[in-house]
Design a protein around this ligand. Structure first.
Ligand code: GMT
Length: 383
């Protein structure tokens, strides 16, 4: 692809959509594209210096009149100014709410200045499956998806969910989540493993934002069941609204000695490097980036079968999938994977599967998509 100037709009927080957007921007910059991040604070993974990376903070002022400051307007204004001043070729917004509608507004304003900026929207999951379907957002989400110049979804399941639940009349391209296996891989952390599991207990890990949709109590129940059979430890990475419920459940089940809440730890890779099994029992999961990160570190996955998870986790190969909430089945399958006769093969297959989502395979898909959308918008402008 010809080297372009790309604006990336995302949530700068720890959520999967922000991680994907930031990693994509970093990779595009390394390929020689100029990448401009437009967010309300520095993305947590934008931790790297590159002459092609730029960051523009959205000025987001409050006023006594506002109970809720109008972020979407401030964001649209910032997009207008960055597109004009930096002469961007394309805007790529991650997570539909409110980024896709703000991009529509920015595009309309830019047209009054004689600029036609192509807008690509990537749907990540809860912007469609949970929040976006709420009647308070649905008409705007539908409109802004239909108005984007290009739309991608992170799994085929999410594409189908969008077409089923919204009156969307356009094509949606599937470009899955990716992982940079050069950087994200199993590290040697024997001392850490020994400190956590001095008796070589099985080490189980869960990482999430502890929202209800992640079903963290199921993680604790599965762990409780596993521990009835084999010695085991559980590490929980992340934080969020369900943390207190999870802590209470651990106390109720007398698990506090064997469960550690690590909070919003950035060194996820180090934790995964010493893990034997990853649990992801989510109610909904459009792709499951956290599971892909585990697989990249050679950790098999026990997940629910919801959303796009079957497109990543292969039943009986990279781990197992169970019905949402079926903690008994998840326990049985966990014990099977943790059997020392089975674990090495699951580890190897998990890594092999992760390789199919390596950055080097997925980045060209985004570049080709940008190229196509820029050409289409250009051609429409000539008519
Ligand atoms: O809800 C979350 O888990 C965070 C959310 C986000 O957008 O920040 O994650 C979604 O996007 C990720 C990246 O594309 C996907 O890997 C996650 O599966 C998806 N989460 C859900 O669908 C619940």
């Amino acid at each position: 692809m010809k080297k372009s100037r790309i604006g990336i709009v995302c949530y700068p927080t720890f959520g999967g959509s922000g991680v994907v957007a930031t990693e994509l921007g970093k990779a595009l910059a390394q390929e020689g594209h100029q990448v401009h991040f437009i967010t309300y604070s520095q993305p947590s993974r934008l931790d790297f210096l590159n002459e092609n990376l730029f960051y523009h903070e959205v000025d987001f002022r409050s006023y006594p009149l506002f109970e809720y400051a109008p972020y979407e307007l401030a964001l649209a204004s910032k997009m207008v100014s960055v597109v004009r001043n930096e002469k961007l070729d394309l805007l790529h917004v991650h997570y539909a709410i409110p980024h896709a509608s703000a991009a529509y507004m920015a595009r309309q304003i830019l047209q009054t200045h004689g600029i036609r900026i192509p807008v690509v929207t990537t749907l990540h999951g809860t912007d469609i499956t949970l929040v976006g379907r709420d009647p308070s957002y649905e008409p705007v989400v539908t409109f802004s998806i239909n108005q984007s110049d290009g739309v991608t979804a992170v799994s085929d399941d999410l594409r189908k969910e969008t077409l089923k639940n919204f009156p969307v009349t356009r094509d949606i391209e599937v470009i899955p989540n990716f992982i940079d296996l050069e950087k994200f891989k199993k590290q040697k952390k024997d001392h850490f493993r020994q400190a956590i599991c001095p008796k070589d207990e099985a080490l189980i890990v869960h990482t999430s934002n502890f929202r209800e949709v992640k079903r963290v109590p199921d993680v604790i129940r599965v762990f409780y069941n596993i521990r009835q059979v084999i010695p085991a430890k559980l590490l929980l990475v992340g934080d969020g609204p369900e943390r207190i419920t999870a802590e209470n459940l651990c106390r109720e089940l007398h698990l506090t000695e064997d469960v550690r809440f690590l909070g919003k730890l950035e060194a996820v890779q180090e934790v995964l490097s010493v893990a034997d099994l990853f649990l992801m029992p989510s109610e909904k999961e459009s792709f499951g980036l956290a599971a892909l990160e585990a697989m990249a570190c050679e950790v098999p996955v026990i997940s629910s079968d919801s959303g796009g998870l079957p497109e990543l986790n292969i039943q009986g190969v990279t781990g197992f999938l169970s019905k949402v909430g079926d903690t008994a089945d998840m326990t049985r399958k966990s014990l099977f994977v943790l059997d020392p006769n089975n674990l090495p093969s699951f580890r190897q297959k998990a890594l092999e599967r992760a390789r199919e989502f390596d950055l080097t395979r997925i980045l060209p898909l985004y570049e080709a998509f940008y190229e196509k959308i820029i050409a289409e918008v250009d051609q429409r402008g000539r008519k």
